[in-house]
Design a protein around this ligand. Structure first.
Ligand SMILES: NC(=O)c1ccc[n+]([C@@H]2O[C@H](COP(=O)([O-])OP(=O)(O)OC[C@H]3O[C@@H](n4cnc5c(N)ncnc54)[C@H](OP(=O)(O)O)[C@@H]3O)[C@@H](O)[C@H]2O)c1
Length: 294
């Protein structure tokens, strides 16, 4: 049985749907806070639980053979807390799986994760990576680029609401994005391919500037304009917003990091190793924006 932690999130939903369709036994763990827990009859066991609770973690890992950690508190505007989810929650459930019969853990991380990374989120992701690597289980760390779909929401929602696309800083730095479809494809491969055991892989789809993304959204909508948020404003927001909107502060900090060029990486070495996995990138994601969600 495969446990998907954060199985109601963007990546989690895609994985659960694909695995259930393929006939795999799947269990999910989430709180039902940012996303409703669907009541469906697809054979998926959906547990309501919190990574903050060791008892919930123990309940979730019982009987699982593999675990994918796809939870996050980073992108949740209300009640999201990367410290308690991406770092402490990850460490807690890795301890729980190490004491159960789980044989392989896949930890979703982010390119740039390092002990001295410029943003706290990447330092926390590094701690989660270290926990899984030293757990004694088989492990795979998958470092993704920035979520393409999340970025389309960050830029596209204001376009739909106010007719403007926010551009953080210059918008001219290259950023490597990973689409949800591509992230799900490499996780599925890691679940079965021994070549992806006990190693870290960096996995991306395409590299674009935020300015290019904005232009594509405006072209797709047929109207709209760019609204620049100067670097100085981002810098101030990343500090001043902390007490009243940690989410805004996190987004401003991430915007600064992306605009520094730190979020770009070379996708080719990993792609060359798995050439049969197609790239599903920006054009496909933008084209599907107006299609009804499943
Ligand atoms: N988005 C990115 O740009 C990006 C980039 C690189 C790597 N990643 C990593 O890739 C993975 C998937 O990201 P995503 O964007 O698909 O995430 P997402 O859409 O934000 O989903 C987060 C999931 O975590 C669950 N969750 C949050 N707090 C929880 C808690 N305390 N206990 C249990 N579940 C909790 C959420 O459900 P509830 O809130 O209802 O509990 C939801 O199911 C994450 O590990 C993320 O860090 C993401």
């Amino acid at each position: 049985m495969i446990l998907i932690v954060g199985g109601t999130g963007r990546l989690g939903r895609e994985l659960v749907e694909q695995l259930a369709r393929a006939g795999e036994a799947v269990r999910t763990l989430s709180r039902g806070a940012s996303q409703p827990i669907p009541e469906t009859h697809d054979g998926v066991e959906r547990l309501r639980g919190d990574l903050a609770s060791r008892a919930d973690c123990d309940r979730a890992v019982k009987g699982a053979d593999q675990m994918v950690f796809a939870a996050s508190g980073f992108g949740l505007p209300k009640g999201g807390d990367p410290r308690s989810v991406d770092r402490d929650g990850a460490v807690r459930i890795v301890q729980a799986v190490a004491e159960s019969g789980v044989r392989h853990v896949i930890m979703m991380s982010m390119v740039g994760a390092a002990p001295d990374a410029p943003i706290e989120f990447l330092r926390m992701k590094f701690e989660a990576e270290e926990a899984v690597k030293s757990s004694g289980m088989e492990w795979t760390v998958i470092r993704l680029g920035s979520s393409l779909e999340q970025q389309l929401v960050v830029l596209g929602d204001p376009l739909a609401a106010k007719g403007t696309v926010p551009l953080f800083g210059s918008g001219a730095a290259p950023v490597t994005f990973t689409s949800t479809a591509d992230a799900a494809a490499i996780v599925r491969r890691a679940l079965t391919d021994p070549a992806l055991r006990n190693r870290t892989i960096e996995w991306g789809s395409e590299t674009h500037t935020s300015g290019e993304l904005a232009a594509m959204l405006i072209e797709h909508a047929g109207k709209g304009r760019v609204q620049r948020i100067p670097t100085a404003v981002l810098k101030a927001m990343s500090v001043v917003a902390r007490p009243f909107s940690p989410f805004m502060a996190r987004m401003a900090g991430a915007g600064l990091w992306m605009d520094s060029g730190g979020a770009a990486f070379d996708v080719r070495p990993a792609r060359a190793e798995f050439p049969d996995i197609p790239v599903r990138g920006m054009r496909e994601a933008v084209a599907s924006l107006n299609q009804p969600h499943g």
